[in-house]
Design a protein around this ligand. Structure first.
Ligand SMILES: [Zn+2]
Length: 246
């Protein structure tokens, strides 16, 4: 399939240029306001208390009963090593996976689809990410990778919306930082966050200083977006099929 590149310049606008959110304000007075009281930049959606403290606690208890698996990568000699860009673990949910599938389906159905108007075609099997002190996830975008020789980002995965649900807040550090927007969101237990998966929203999970940070993550493909993969992700959940079964 043809490669698709994300534009690498022009975002965010210069401080005195019109804001990208179409408010008509200058960027520096709108989504680019700095300092205390800064609004959440356009494109990043947040719903606090999407899950109740009790729901978060029962998910944490469930996750703690599962095996934690570190992320792995391959070094230049093709040896399997710990992933240096991503110091965190994922939980092997096994037969409890459907619990996550349901929570994420509710997030799309009740919040993200109504708020964004995006039509979801499928979402990828949700994962649990767990960070302990020193853990982090280096700058990346969810839909692809940097191509230095092109000075661009290549879209390599059919992901259009990224979503996370935070299950704990008993940690310091660990903010979700958006590089180009120079914006950090501090997670709270029960908080649902979503944003476009493209290069404008390059982000990292900042290093954890203390405590534990657990999140549920998934990515959705939207209708009427040109596909870059021949096949959808393994174990992705088809939205229409799911709706018919519900
Ligand atoms: Zn704006």
């Amino acid at each position: 399939m043809a490669s698709k590149y994300f534009p690498d310049t022009g975002f965010p606008p210069a401080r005195n240029d019109p804001c990208y959110c179409s408010s008509g304000e200058r960027y520096k007075r709108c989504c680019g306001v700095m300092g205390p009281g800064r609004p959440i930049p356009f494109g990043i959606g947040v719903k606090e208390q999407f899950l109740s403290p009790e729901e978060c606690q029962s998910l944490v208890t469930l996750i703690d009963s599962k095996e934690a698996m570190p992320f792995r990568a391959r070094d230049p000699q093709n040896n399997i090593i710990l992933d240096p860009s991503r110091v965190c673990s994922w939980a092997k949910m096994e037969e409890s996976q459907r619990v996550l599938d349901e929570v994420v389906a509710c997030a799309f159905e009740q919040v993200i689809i109504p708020e964004t108007g995006v039509e979801v075609v499928w979402y990828e099997e949700p994962q649990i990410l767990m960070y302990k002190p020193g853990g982090f996830y280096q700058y990346h975008i969810d839909a692809g990778h940097r191509v230095p020789e092109q000075q661009a980002w290549c879209k390599a995965v059919d992901r259009d919306i990224s979503m996370l649900i935070y299950l704990r807040e008993d940690f310091t550090g660990g903010g979700l930082h958006f590089k180009r927007l120079d914006y950090t969101l501090q997670p709270k237990a029960g908080m649902l966050v979503w944003f476009p998966s493209d290069s404008r929203f390059e982000h990292m999970a900042k290093p954890l200083e203390s405590g534990m940070r657990y999140s549920i993550v998934s990515w959705a493909a939207a209708k009427d977006v040109e596909r870059v993969q021949d096949k959808r992700a393994k174990r992705s959940i088809d939205w229409l099929t799911r709706k018919k079964q519900a």
